[in-house]
Design a protein around this ligand. Structure first.
Ligand code: ADP
Ligand code: GLC
Length: 486
């Protein structure tokens, strides 16, 4: 079968621009497609942080002066390029300082919609200049969700794209790119009102993700359970009804893990490595982590790790009536890395102030410390309210750090309940979103921790799991091929 031409576009791509799992997934999928011999090109905005970093990019002479008319404005972009580390795949960066040199990747600025609509337009213009006719444009989340509509309308004249099909992957339905209908003209969609969501137009609203759901050839999301959940009113965040009308085009594909980056056997970011059959390195990582965060050492203590965006999605509201009980009573440590909502940050600071030798927090983003926490903790905490897929629980399995998860979305698909009597299972799951349910599970975790022999088995079960891209990636390729042959 001939290799495919795939254009993968998103607002994040590791190692260049990352706030969460989206960045890791794009890099992992990009590398996988490249390894399989496909012609994959990845596109991401050239944010200020990339421009300032020592990551080298080269100006693409053929696409140095893209003047793109969008709404009433003409905005200039150029394309810079680099090779995705550990692969041969080309990354193309849309360079437009006016739009992308801001404080962070995402903003609350009035032109937030324009920034990503323009990015999407620039990807299409760049493909024209590079004479790259993708079989599939694979869009991700709201930031790139307008591509299917632009392809049908603004670029509908271009025969080069006549056979191109589109996929929209929903990584998180909690972020939809919702604006007032006044943005429609500025996005160059003023003449396309007939193709926009009628109900929204009536309510004077415009929604990027919804527009993508209406127009993409196929839809995916990042786990099988989440694919079902988002079609219900409980989890669909207002898109469930529309998604049900596209049910036959929607599939769930569980994210892959890039074990080149996330494996304690060869992780360059941790000082002590280890394998399933020899866990001495993990014990050393535990001591190193406790000392790094200024916590009381103790091989027998049970160390819980958290690495997360601190948002309501991640379920930290459940900590208030559960975690303090165990901090007070047990030989427990809690290592937290994250930043986000002020009330979560304040709560973790309060825990730290109350139990300074037991609780360590690092507020901010730190890739190296994320790896240390995966390796040095005994248990990973992820009690999410909802979780489209989640990568950290899969990383923690590989690091021999059984996860405590709520059974939702990708957590339900990737973690099996531990059963000490059969020796089967990989972690600890609970159903109900309540502190009571979490506390009951933590009680059970402490009980199991006391039986170190069976705990070793639990760790080894998790370490043996394989969520590599080589396993998960073929589902995407099958989907791409189904579009090409149709
Ligand atoms: P989400 O994408 O919802 O944030 P995932 O579990 O899919 O959740 O992915 C989170 C990714 O972001 C992981 O690679 C995790 O290590 C990383 N991460 C999250 N917060 C931080 C942080 N404060 N510092 C470093 N890495 C972080
Ligand atoms: C989102 C989701 C997370 C998922 C990630 C990558 O940020 O919150 O569950 O793993 O995207 O798909």
């Amino acid at each position: 079968m001939r290799p495919l031409r795939i254009c993968l576009l998103a607002s994040e791509l590791a190692p260049y621009a990352k706030t969460g799992g989206l960045a890791d997934v794009l890099a992992g999928l990009g590398r996988y497609l490249d390894r399989q011999g496909h012609d994959v090109r990845l596109f991401v905005p050239l944010y200020q942080s990339i421009a300032k970093s020592d990551l080298v990019t080269t100006l693409l002479a053929r696409a140095a002066d893209l003047d793109i008319r969008i709404g009433q404005r003409t905005i200039r972009a150029s394309i810079r390029t680099a090779t995705l580390p550990q692969s041969k795949a080309q990354v193309h960066f849309v360079d437009c300082p006016e739009l992308f040199h801001r404080q962070g990747l995402y903003t609350q600025d009035a032109d937030e919609g324009l920034r990503f609509a323009f990015f999407t337009r620039a990807v299409l213009d760049a493909c024209q200049r590079l004479a790259f006719a993708p079989d599939v444009f694979h869009c991700n989340d709201w930031h790139t969700a307008l591509l299917p509509l632009y392809l049908k309308t603004t670029y509908g004249w271009d025969r080069m794209f006549a056979a191109s099909r589109t996929i929209l992957t929903i990584h998180n339905i909690g972020y939809q790119g919702m604006f007032g209908a006044d943005v429609i003209d500025s996005l160059g969609l003023g003449d396309q009102r007939g193709l926009l969501h009628h109900g929204d137009l009536k309510d004077h609203k415009f929604n990027f993700l919804k527009t993508g759901v209406l127009h993409a050839s196929k839809l995916t999301t990042v786990s099988r359970t989440y694919a079902k959940e988002i079609q219900t009113s409980e989890h669909g965040m207002g898109l469930d009804e529309l998604l049900r009308t596209r049910s036959s085009d929607l599939t769930g594909i569980v994210n892959g893990v890039d074990y080149g980056d996330w494996d304690p056997q060869n992780d360059p970011l941790i000082p002590h490595r280890y394998v399933k059959t020899d866990l001495r390195g993990k014990a050393k990582m535990k001591e190193a982590l406790l000392s790094r965060l200024g916590l009381q050492s103790g091989a027998k203590s049970l160390v819980f790790g958290v690495v997360s965006r601190l948002t309501s999605q991640k379920g930290f509201d459940l900590f208030a009536d559960s975690i303090p009980i165990f901090l007070q009573r047990e030989d427990m440590r809690l290592c937290v890395l994250g930043s986000g909502d002020a009330h979560h940050e304040k709560y973790f600071q309060w825990l730290r102030d109350t139990w300074p030798k037991k609780v360590g927090i690092f507020r901010g983003y730190n890739d190296e410390l994320a790896h240390w926490i995966e390796a040095g903790s005994d248990v990973f905490l992820m009690p999410s309210r909802y979780e489209p897929c989640g990568l950290n629980q899969m990383y923690s399995l590989r690091y021999g750090t059984p996860p405590v998860v709520r059974r939702t979305g990708g957590l339900a698909d990737t973690v099996q309940q531990w059963n000490p009597s059969t020796g089967e299972g990989t972690g600890f799951c609970f159903e109900e979103f309540s502190s009571h349910a979490l506390a009951g599970t933590l009680e059970w975790v402490f009980k199991n921790w006391r039986d170190q022999e069976s705990w070793q088995k639990l760790m080894q079960n998790g370490m043996a799991m394989d969520f590599s891209w080589d396993k998960q990636g073929p589902d995407y390729v099958r989907l791409y091929r189904s579009l090409v042959s149709s």
